[in-house]
Design a protein around this ligand. Sequence first.
Ligand SMILES: [Zn+2]
Length: 68
Amino acid sequence: MTASSTPRVVSCPCCGKPVEWGPVNAWRPFCSERCKLIDLGAWATERYRVPVTEEKDELETRDPDATS
Ligand SMILES: [Zn+2]
């Protein structure tokens, strides 16, 4: 292996930890799966902020053969 290749290091967008950017890091640019999930989760909640209204359909007369 050549010693000229310097590992590229980036900062984890979630926690700021230095992360080696390479095939060894499956979670790049995050430092770990946890940080990736946290960031994606925050993004998702920001984007898909919808009012939760649970309307439960009363079990009316339905197809008796329908088994769910
Ligand atoms: Zn992190």
